[in-house]
Design a protein. Structure first.
Length: 245
């Protein structure tokens, strides 16, 4: 099993000879396009070389392994997430913008979800994002280990929400039917199950439940959860003010 710290970001640059026909940026962007359509199982150096009209040798000039390429691709798409500068906006807005950008990125590139935590995420885009996030949370009043806990809490909500939504979206695409039509097909079964699970059936009859839009319910649930997390953190800050010198 490879060492967790054996990362493209921790390894010294390899000596290279000759002149490549492709840039590393071209290779990474093409890999991301392939990952977006085929997922990690569909990515190979051979397929990537065919997509670029180049042999695998040209790819290996820049990237030693598929794992290294995945690390480069993850850092590249992380660069899509905008983190406001501390002081440019209220901390709740800054956190919401950052978290929302992370969620949007994960839904745009769902293959990233399964790669988080596999290797160190310490590329330049991730570190720029992390540095700004630390500054944003520090300015809000979170410090030391508690700042790490807050960041983990927010990240967990984002990843959990995106993981479920991405899985359902993939299932809907495979079905070839709109989400609303799939929901309608399930209604008779859900009515039957409700006969044995009365609390669930009673909830389904409450105002607003029948009108829930399957295309929007994940976004609404994510936003509800994010607001409640921020409410709790704001209350905690009020009850635990930062010490003054």
């Amino acid at each position: 099993m490879p060492d967790f710290t054996d990362s493209v970001w921790t390894r010294p640059a390899r000596p290279r000879t000759g002149q490549p026909t492709l840039s590393r940026e071209q290779i990474v962007r093409a890999a991301i396009e392939l990952l977006d359509t085929e997922g990690t199982a569909g990515l190979s150096m051979r397929r990537l070389g065919a997509r670029l009209g180049s042999g695998a040798t040209s790819l290996y000039w820049h990237v030693a392994t598929k794992d290294d390429l995945l690390e480069l691709a993850v850092d590249e798409v992380m660069g899509e997430v905008y983190v406001p500068e501390a002081g440019d906006t209220p901390w709740r807005v800054g956190v919401s913008v950052t978290a929302g950008g992370m969620r949007t990125m994960l839904l745009r590139h769902p293959w990233v979800i399964g790669l988080l935590g596999v290797r160190p995420t310490i590329g330049p885009n991730v570190m720029r994002m992390t540095n700004r996030t630390v500054a944003l949370l520090s300015a809000a009043g979170f410090h030391g280990p508690r700042l790490a806990h807050v960041h983990s809490l927010i990240t967990a909500h984002v990843i959990g929400s995106a993981t479920t939504e991405a899985a359902v979206a993939a299932a809907v695409r495979r079905s070839g039917l709109p989400a609303a039509q799939l929901q309608q097909k399930l209604e008779p079964l859900m009515d039957e199950l409700g006969e044995k699970h009365t609390d669930y059936a009673r909830w389904r009859q409450e105002d607003g439940v029948a009108d829930m839009d399957p295309e929007q319910v994940f976004t609404q649930s994510y936003m509800f959860g994010m607001e409640r997390i921020l409410d709790g953190l704001e209350l905690w800050l009020t009850s635990n003010p930062a010490p003054t010198d």
